[in-house]
Design a protein. Structure first.
Length: 725
């Protein structure tokens, strides 16, 4: 008798859910060699490797395809309960291939994939029991047929053969087609054995992806063209072989970078009148301190590397070469500024050629798939040992072993440098050995105790042998012309912890260094000295929309006993500080000479008043007054092109005993002065290809500086324009 149609549709969800798995079913159809099982046919991962003459089937344009069908459904009892364990087969079509079979799950669900289109008999068999049959089940190409089957209890044969009378035909009431829908996933299959046509029949061969030409597309006029722009050798923004946009051969790239920096600086510094002066009738000790300085520096970097231009993958090897040329002009208003010989006048023109980079870099090891690596670099190379350049920032010859770990969360450096002499007036490298060695090691740890904060722990060692040396202008630099002049050696060990990043909304930079060592003969103490000095700095800033406000503090310890057995004044190796205003601070930007002492209170690009003859050519000095610096500043991005920097510093000496002893002047007080500056940074092309820096700074002396110099305000007006290709 006919079986009633189901009254509930709970199984529709079970039928729709399996359809999601069809998209993941492999596209390989069953073959005549594969036995009919209830498992999914093997996918592409089971295809064995073949040679070129037996290439696997490939989807080729204009090739005829075959569409397959799929059958899925649910088997329920007449009472509506799922019937598990039934074998479901399609037979009786005369196909030359065996159809896969399926077994109903605990929910009564089954599915058969990759069925050629046609008319089939649907047979349900219980192991050890009878069978049910549904004829004329039509399966069309590229469709999924969903059915519901209601079955009566099938009598068990207890292992005896099933006779024909035990096979019942499923009536219309017990077999119901629920839906037919196109199968967009896995239904399109290429015939098994199709010979591949020559690639020239369907494709245009290219040597590599770099040679793919731009399409000839011109939607707008030449002035507004933006898409598919052809590159030129003089165009750094579009595809250019000179900018490593495509390899010169294989995976070897070449990058050229050229830059021109024109700098001008007008300044007023405390300048004593010498034996000959421009104002011989003046009764004052200090003469005219005005100076004008102009310099042009051209650098060209030739970078050849093998690897990839991806941002994260380190190169396999690299060769870089950076020559530089400088020409400079100085005009002063007093004699003995450009040279100790008054016959050289008040103007000087000088030039120099130097090699700022020249190294070979090789990858030593890859540590995993996340671009963790170890490289080694030999030659003249740029290196800054911490975030702000407090201890060592220079371009010097050396060996550097570096890399990263834990998906770049840890970076490390181990390096040794044998320093070259610097040209006095340009600051470029010379080709003479300095007899000063630096060894260092540091490690950076990202997200150290807060996300966004990176900690660095470092060790520096410097040995400065201090042989006799006169600079290019004829001034003695080593040993410094103060106290008991004698060559001496300095061994110093710097232990540091620095950090940079943000904690919440606040940007944080900090540093602390402890230096220990010995000086074989300190010239002010006139004896051997131990070294024990400290340095600390911190900056906190917060961003508000288009501007950033910041506050900074810097401390370098000072020496309170110049004749003692321990030097407590802090001195760096070769610092290049970007802190508390940087170039927009007079005290940091301009070197301030001490009157008739042969040394400077501060060196250019340094806040440390360490009383050395020169930062580049002199020796570190650990008998100095030290410094307290308090800073407030603001950086304002008025537009994407224009940035304004404002800065104010208040400074005090930590100790003044070394100044009193050196200058033989009693009563030098601690307050240095107020240093303020304002500057602009302008990028007219929204890039670093053209950038303009300009500003004005001044230093208003307070009691301590007035005791040494005068009450006259020191000023500097400067500008620099940089072009880069």
């Amino acid at each position: 008798m006919p079986i009633e149609a189901p009254k509930s549709t709970w199984f529709l969800a079970m039928l729709l859910l399996p359809a999601m798995s069809l998209a993941q079913a492999p596209a390989t159809p069953p073959t005549g060699d594969a036995p009919a099982t209830g498992q999914t046919p093997p996918g592409p991962s089971s295809v064995q490797e073949v040679n070129r003459d037996q290439a696997p089937a490939t989807r080729i344009p204009q090739q005829k395809v075959i569409l397959y069908a799929a059958l899925q459904g649910v088997v329920l009892s007449t009472a509506g309960a799922p019937v598990p364990g039934l074998q479901v087969r399609l037979t009786g079509t005369g196909q030359s291939v065996s159809m896969p079979a399926a077994v109903t799950s605990a929910d009564g669900v089954f599915r058969i994939l990759h069925v050629p289109p046609g008319s089939y008999q649907l047979v349900l068999t219980r192991p050890g029991g009878g069978s049910l049959e549904r004829p004329q089940v039509e399966l069309k190409a590229g469709e999924v047929l969903s059915v519901e089957i209601r079955v009566p209890e099938i009598p068990s044969s207890y292992g005896r053969p099933i006779t024909q009378d035990q096979m019942d035909v499923l009536a219309d009431g017990s077999y119901k087609e629920l839906s037919r829908r196109p199968d967009a996933d896995g239904a399109v299959v290429v015939p098994k054995e199709v010979p591949l046509q020559p690639s020239s029949a369907n494709f245009q061969p290219q040597r590599d992806r770099w040679e793919a030409p731009m399409p000839d597309y011109h939607r707008y006029g030449p002035r507004d063209e933006s898409l598919f722009v052809y590159g030129h050798w003089y165009d750094p923004f579009n595809r250019n072989v000179l900018k490593a946009d495509k390899p010169i051969f294989g995976k070897t790239f070449f990058a050229f970078t050229g830059s021109s920096i024109t700098a001008v600086d007008g300044r007023r510094l405390p300048t004593p009148a010498g034996q000959a002066t421009q104002t011989p009738d003046s009764p004052y000790f200090f003469g005219k301190g005005g100076q004008f300085f102009l310099a042009e520096t051209v650098r060209m970097t030739f970078d050849l590397f093998h690897g990839d231009t991806a941002a994260f993958r380190p190169v396999d090897w690299r060769v870089r070469f950076t020559p530089a040329a400088n020409i400079n002009y100085l005009r002063a208003r007093e004699y003995q500024v450009v040279s100790p010989d008054v016959r050289d006048g008040t103007t000087r023109v000088d030039g120099h050629l130097g090699l700022q980079e020249g190294f070979v870099e090789v990858k030593v090891h890859d540590f995993g798939p996340n671009y963790d690596f170890a490289n080694i670099r030999f030659g003249i190379q740029q290196f800054v040992s911490d975030f702000r350049g407090f201890i060592f920032a220079d371009e010097q010859p050396g060996v550097r072993f570096f890399g990263n770990l834990k998906s770049n969360r840890i970076q490390y450096n181990v390096a040794g440098f044998d320093l070259l002499e610097k040209d006095t007036n340009s600051g470029l490298n010379s080709f003479h050995r300095r007899d000063r060695e630096v060894a260092l090691a540091n490690i950076y740890i990202q997200d150290f105790f807060a996300q966004g904060y990176t900690a660095q722990f470092s060790y520096h060692f410097v040995r400065d042998n201090g042989r006799l040396y006169y600079d290019n202008n004829g001034r003695i630099q080593r040993p410094a012309p103060v106290g008991n002049i004698a060559p001496h050696r300095i061994d110093a060990n710097y232990f540091g912890w620095t950090g940079d990043g943000h904690i919440g909304k606040y940007n944080i930079t900090h540093a602390f260094y402890q230096v220990l060592g010995d000086d074989t003969f300190n010239q002010l103490a006139a004896k051997r000295q131990d070294i024990n000095a400290q340095f600390a700095a911190a900056e906190v800033s917060k961003d508000h929309d288009f501007y950033r406000v910041r506050a900074s503090f810097l401390y370098s310890s000072g020496d309170d006993d110049p004749r003692g057995g321990t030097g407590h004044g802090f001195s760096s190796i070769v610092d290049g500080v970007a802190f508390a205003g940087g170039e927009f601070s007079f005290f940091n930007r301009e070197g301030i000479p001490l009157t008739r002492a042969g040394v400077a209170l501060t060196a250019p690009d340094s806040f440390l008043p360490d009383l050395r003859s020169s930062k580049d050519q002199g020796q570190s000095n650990f008998v100095n007054p030290g410094l307290y610096l308090y800073n407030a500043g603001v950086d304002v991005d008025l537009t994407q092109r224009l940035k304004i920097v404002g800065n104010v510093n208040f400074m005090q000496f930590a100790r003044t005993q070394s100044l009193i002893f050196l200058l033989q002047q009693n009563g030098i007080r601690r307050t240095v002065g107020v240093d303020s500056g304002i500057g602009v940074i302008y990028r007219p092309r929204l890039s670093e290809n053209i950038s303009i820096h300009a500003g004005a700074t001044d230093l208003i002396p307070l009691r301590g500086l007035r005791d040494i110099y005068t009450s006259q305000t020191l000023i500097s007006v400067f500008g620099a324009i940089k072009f880069q290709f």
